[in-house]
Write a protein that binds this ligand. Structure first.
Ligand code: URA
Length: 434
């Protein structure tokens, strides 16, 4: 019965009513409510009411900073200060075909920084980095702190699952927000992401804030506000932080799906790959190096001369994977052809992401399994000139009964305009915020 006798200095209802009345919450109120929620003293229905009040009435910089600090304090903090290399990490707010972590982590490591990337699994239409890497035969996302430290020193890059002890308040709150319509609150997204990244112990952080249909943030203004909030939180915590707003109107690269994206990432590490994936990997690598004080190094050299590929192979091998093993391939495919000639001016990220998810590349519930080979291969991107009957996309799945629903979600996903038309797209990198 311990939880019934919490020596509360506050009452959950008072905190909810204060935020409902647009008042500023004190640091003491925030510390209490996060701690009490993590311990089960504040009930889910009370926290969900507070989250909705925050979504509707917002929080100021001081409140968001206190909220983030309290979530970090709910668990353990990692410390990489004994490593011989400076740490630098990247976080993306998530998008369709966003496989950039896969080539980026080994590339940055090949340039002399340590990349301690704690990642998650996908839920909904955006894929998760761990799901992608798990399509490599033998690869495991589970590492102890000692193994992580050893791999960072020896190889330079780790991509693994965050342990249960890292910001447990966020783990509980994020699951609650997911089912109470409160994910979209900028103060809650910013504090959720930054509590985990600060607890992870990196000294430098580059944020890739996606903008467009396939992203959390559908427009540049809200993406800018999220980026500004996260950069401020990072700086307040002593982490050198910079954010780029990048285009997620259309999928990144030519693949969306786990093994398909690993294959494309390896192509990038081998010196090929789609131009947008190569460009964004290099832009983010440069930012990671500058933030870590290694701005004099050009990551393009390490991509060209194979050093990044060497680190990739070492990173996969260190976690039990076989980097040379064939990747899983889906049992069935279905091609979508261009219905007429012209210029592809639109390929919608959200619709492609939902179709890939319906083919089995993503999960609807945490406990669902993903299909390693499922997803979508795109044969044309906006700007491409097409003839009638040219292949537009190939859908991949092990379960052909999924084709119907995937094809339904692709209705209106692309637009072919008369020859001479130009797509009206945001640039790949829209803005830099520091
Ligand atoms: N990713 C997170 O980790 N938290 C959020 O709130 C949203 C995206």
């Amino acid at each position: 019965m311990a939880e019934a006798f919490d020596c509360a200095v506050f009452d959950a209802v008072d905190v909810i009513v204060a935020k409902r009345g647009k008042q500023e919450l004190s640091a003491a109120q925030i510390d209490w409510v996060i701690d009490a929620y993590t311990r089960g003293v504040v009930a889910d229905e009370q926290m969900s009411s507070l989250a909705m009040a925050i979504l509707l009435n917002g929080m100021n910089r001081r409140e968001i900073s206190a909220w983030t600090t309290a979530m970090i304090a709910s668990g353990e903090r990692m410390d990489f200060s004994s490593l011989s290399r400076p740490t630098s990490d990247k976080h993306s707010t998530g998008g369709v075909g966003d496989k950039i972590t896969l080539p980026l982590a080994p590339l940055a490591a090949a340039c002399g920084v340590a990349v301690p990337q704690l990642s998650g699994r996908g839920l909904g239409h955006t894929g998760g980095t761990l799901d992608k890497l798990e399509s490599i035969p033998g690869w495991s996302p589970v590492l102890s702190s000692d193994q992580m430290m050893h791999q960072l020193e020896e190889v330079g890059a780790v991509i693994c699952a965050a342990g249960e002890g890292l910001a447990p308040a966020d783990r509980k709150l994020y699951a609650l927000r997911d089912v109470t319509g409160t994910v979209e609150a900028i103060p809650l997204i910013a504090s959720s992401i930054m509590s985990k990244k600060i607890a992870e112990g990196t000294r430098a952080l580059v944020l890739d804030v996606k903008v467009g249909s396939g992203a959390f943030m559908k427009d540049v203004d809200s993406a800018r506000e999220l980026a500004r909030t996260m950069v401020d939180l990072g700086k307040d915590a002593g982490v050198k932080t910079v954010a780029l707003l990048t285009n997620m109107q259309t999928p990144l690269g030519l693949t969306a799906g786990n093994a398909l994206e690993v294959r494309e990432s390896v192509e990038v590490l081998a010196g090929g790959g789609p131009p947008d994936v190569v460009e964004l990997t290099l832009v983010l690598a440069r930012e990671m190096l500058v933030a870590a004080g290694r701005g004099d190094i050009d990551p393009a050299d390490a991509l060209k001369d194979g050093r990044a590929m060497d680190v990739w192979r070492a990173m996969i091998t260190a976690q039990g994977g076989d980097p040379r093993a064939p990747l899983p391939v889906a049992r069935e495919t279905h091609q979508i052809l261009a219905p007429g000639p012209g210029v592809l001016t639109q390929l919608d990220a959200l619709k492609v992401g939902i179709a890939a998810w319906r083919l089995g590349a993503g999960r609807a519930r945490k406990e669902h399994k993903v299909q390693a080979g499922a997803g979508i291969e795109m044969h044309a991107k906006p700007g491409a000139v097409l003839r009638a009957g040219d292949p537009l996309m190939t859908l991949h799945t092990d379960t052909p009964e999924r084709f119907g629903r995937a094809i339904e979600s692709l209705a209106g996903s692309y637009f072919i305009a008369p020859e001479g038309s130009r797509p009206d797209l945001l640039p790949l990198v829209i803005e830099r915020i520091n």
